[in-house]
Design a protein around this ligand. Structure first.
Ligand SMILES: *Cc1c(COP(=O)(O)O)cnc(C)c1O
Length: 393
């Protein structure tokens, strides 16, 4: 048996990876070109142009870093921060904590603004942290905290940071392509994402964009970036006009990203954001009608691409997820950190944000919960989900 060719189609509704469009999978299978072949260079240029459109930026320094979302995080922090720099990190969940860990290893003085899991950051508290002590080089935050399902007040925090001249570093891994990020309009200086969430490309690339202001700060660095591989000024020499060899680009992954971004732009950002909103509202209505409780009570704080729902009293988390996967071919995620075993994380990202998958999941989850002895109303769940207006696609 060949393990790879025998893998089944799974409905990916976890916190990533999301479903990949067949056209993107076909792009991945196109013949590999040399990483300096002019035909490949043209594809690189087009990919960067598409990235700029999706980030909604005119930033010259925009490129996909070779690595997953975490490589985007490390690239962003390592190029912005130098040993001794003060950085304010908003920690509202697991991924914010990962930023703290990285900033600490970079030798930065890390000031943490702790936010209770499931809540949005208090902008006043962030403003106060930015104004106390030495001037911070940057504020770093996760826009859509995938561990809690809360969308953080990005615009408000960015505005506060600009008042004190701090650079704004934003994790848009779970939001880019599904929820408005609008790098330039929001005033983000460094933004990174991952290919496998709302962009619906396989995992392996981390789009990054850097504002002229952040680029200037990078040019004034006193210390070299600790990582040679992630040093943006070196990587940019390959992606820019020089085409200077730095490392072999993951050629076929870039084909896939090129195609996935093409699909995002063909749909249009506004239509795509609306689809994520509609599909998540249907999911929320369905889960609540079934009798489950969403972990983020305030609807305006919920992430349209990632929903957290409490595991009902007396139900074991893992067996339900295993049955969903093995009996129904649907993947959802479990909780992270202090929410491990307590929540399910349901992704409606990119290609996975479709009504048909929400209906499929509600039916399967309802049936499994009923089998586990929980009284749930599956009919009400399906009716509630379907009563939320269907998007065109
Ligand atoms: C998934 C995720 C990451 C990490 O991305 P990887 O591709 O797993 O390295 C970082 N931040 C957030 C908010 C995420 O959801």
């Amino acid at each position: 048996m060949d393990r790879v060719t025998m893998v089944p189609q799974v409905v990916l509704m976890g916190p990533g990876p999301s479903l990949v469009h067949p056209a993107t999978l076909r792009a991945l299978a196109a013949p590999t070109l040399g990483h300096l072949d002019p035909r490949f260079l043209a594809i690189m240029d087009e990919t960067v142009n598409r990235l700029r459109e999706v980030f909604e930026t005119t930033n010259r320094l925009t490129l996909p870093v070779s690595g997953t979302g975490t490589a985007g995080m490390e690239t962003s922090l390592a190029n912005v921060l130098e040993p001794g720099d003060r950085v304010v990190v908003v920690v509202a969940g697991y991924f914010g904590q990962r930023m703290v860990e990285m900033a600490r290893r970079l030798g930065a003085e890390v000031d943490v603004v702790e936010v209770e899991w499931g809540r949005a950051a208090d902008v006043e508290a962030v403003a106060a942290a930015l104004r106390k002590g030495r001037a911070p080089k940057a504020v770093a935050l996760v826009h859509a905290e995938t561990s809690t399902g809360v969308l953080q007040p990005l615009r408000e925090i960015a505005a506060q940071a600009h008042e004190v001249g701090a650079l704004v570093v934003v994790d848009a891994v779970t939001s880019l392509g599904g929820v408005p990020v609008a790098v330039d309009a929001t005033g983000i200086d460094v933004c990174y994402s991952g290919s496998q969430k709302c962009l619906s490309c396989p995992p392996g690339l981390a789009p990054v964009t850097v504002s002229p202001r952040a680029l200037e700060a990078m040019e004034r660095r006193r210390h070299e970036v600790y990582s040679w591989y992630l040093d943006l000024r070196l990587v940019a020499r390959y992606w820019g006009q020089e085409r200077f060899y730095h490392h072999t680009a993951p050629v076929n992954m870039i084909y896939a990203l090129h195609q996935a971004l093409g699909l995002v732009l063909e749909e249009g950002l506004a239509a795509r954001f609306e689809r994520h909103r509609q599909v998540s509202r249907a999911l929320w209505a369905g889960l609540e009608a079934m009798g489950l409780r969403l972990a983020v009570e305030e609807p305006s704080l919920r992430i349209p691409s990632l929903t957290t729902v409490w595991v009902p009293e007396g139900v074991e988390d893992a067996p339900i997820r295993q049955a969903l996967l093995h009996e129904h071919g649907i993947e959802i995620g479990g909780g992270l950190g202090s929410w491990k075993g307590r929540v399910w994380r349901i992704g409606t990202m990119g290609e996975s944000a479709r009504m048909r998958y929400v209906i499929q999941l509600l039916g399967a989850l309802g049936a499994l919960l009923r089998r586990a002895g929980v009284r749930v109303d599956v009919d009400a769940a399906l009716a509630a989900a379907m009563s939320v207006g269907q998007p065109a696609t």
